[in-house]
Design a protein around this ligand. Structure first.
Ligand SMILES: Nc1nc2c(ncn2[C@@H]2O[C@H](COP(=O)(O)OP(=O)(O)O)[C@@H](O)[C@H]2O)c(=O)[nH]1
Ligand SMILES: [Mg+2]
Length: 314
């Protein structure tokens, strides 16, 4: 039986192999993606982001359990660019994730940078294609909210939960990190700790100051992931946000925007690869650099000339 047939038959081993193929961009991975893409299209993607230690894994653990209980086929991707694939943090995530009863069938995959610089957002988005095609209808993506790469990952989600904790500082901190803009729902986790009410209040004030052009009022939920307090409330808001996006047509709009970016990225990547292979091979560049250094050319004219040459395919 071919790998793809096993995949279609529901083998998680086959799924894992296909994910590795895609994640490592091994020979032919684009063809695999093209094939898988067309059989998917139903999966709802929920991003959970926030500072390290906020309780993202613990929250995802609970939420994934609730989604599975509600009859969804659930997958989880943990993105942790800072640690290698087998690193301690990820192992910790894995252990905690094991709290999800196996009979609920939640599929968990960790992704590390493993040397693939800059491509993590694209790799993550590609992996979701495989999960979607496999038949999962709900995906949670956990990522640390620190930089552009994480924002790119979160950009590809339908609903974004920002997890904060009282001790992570004031709401202004979240504002600075750009987390206010991307949050559809706030979870103020570790509500058992001091300062939780103040944090909820600060977030409320900060959100009220924002000029809102949306009918969606960002809920702020005080949770205790470990003690399982208010998780059903958080889950209800997830469901409500999904319903809101569907009702208003915003989901389709969002998907269209995401697809535009995706097509553009594939195009740019292909052009870049082609340029690297053809125009910018060592000898051509050495020659150009030599001329620039001898004062016969400059980087701007040389770049433009190469562009014209590329554009007209000569
Ligand atoms: N006191 C308390 N600890 C929590 C709560 N939620 C998570 N934790 C703990 O906080 C630590 C970090 O949680 P984790 O889910 O790994 O955070 P992540 O780094 O954001 O994924 C772990 O030791 C959790 O057991 C909570 O609501 N209250
Ligand atoms: Mg975590």
């Amino acid at each position: 039986m071919s790998l793809y047939t096993e995949f279609q038959g529901g083998s998680e081993v086959a799924l894992s192999k296909i994910i590795s193929h895609i994640e490592n961009r091994r020979e032919g991975y684009q063809e695999v993606l093209s094939r898988l893409y067309r059989t998917g299209g139903r999966m709802y993607r929920i991003g959970i982001t926030g500072p390290p230690g906020a309780g993202k894994s613990s929250l995802v653990n609970r939420l994934a359990g609730l989604a599975a209980e509600a009859g969804h086929r659930v997958a989880v991707i943990c993105v942790d660019p800072s640690s290698p694939f087998t690193g301690g943090a990820l192992l910790g995530d894995r252990l905690r994730m094991q709290d999800i009863p196996l009979d609920k069938g939640v599929f968990i995959r960790s992704m590390g940078s493993r040397g693939s610089t800059g491509g993590l957002a694209a790799a993550t988005s590609n992996v979701t294609v495989a999960l979607d095609a496999f038949g999962f209808d709900t995906l949670f993506i956990e990522t640390v909210g620190v930089g552009q790469m994480e924002l790119d990952i979160i950009d590809a989600c339908d609903t974004v939960v920002v997890a904060l904790v009282p001790e992570s500082g004031d709401a202004i901190q979240a504002l600075k990190a750009g987390l206010m803009e991307i949050a559809d729902i706030f979870a103020v986790n570790k509500a058992d700790r001091a300062g939780s009410d103040q944090m909820v209040y600060d977030l409320q004030s900060a959100m009220e100051m924002k000029a809102v052009h949306s009918e969606w009022i960002v809920p702020i939920v005080a949770t205790q992931a470990t003690a399982n307090v208010n998780l059903d409330e958080l889950y209800r808001h997830l469901t409500a946000h999904k319903a809101y996006l569907e009702k208003t047509g915003l989901l389709a709009q969002k998907r269209a925007e995401q697809l535009k970016k995706k097509v553009e990225r594939v195009l740019v990547k292909s052009i870049q690869r082609d340029i690297d292979r053809t125009l910018l091979n060592g000898a051509v560049l050495d020659d150009i650099v030599g001329r620039i250094m001898r004062g016969e050319d400059d980087p701007y004219s040389a770049g433009q000339a190469l562009f014209r040459q590329y554009k007209f395919g000569s």
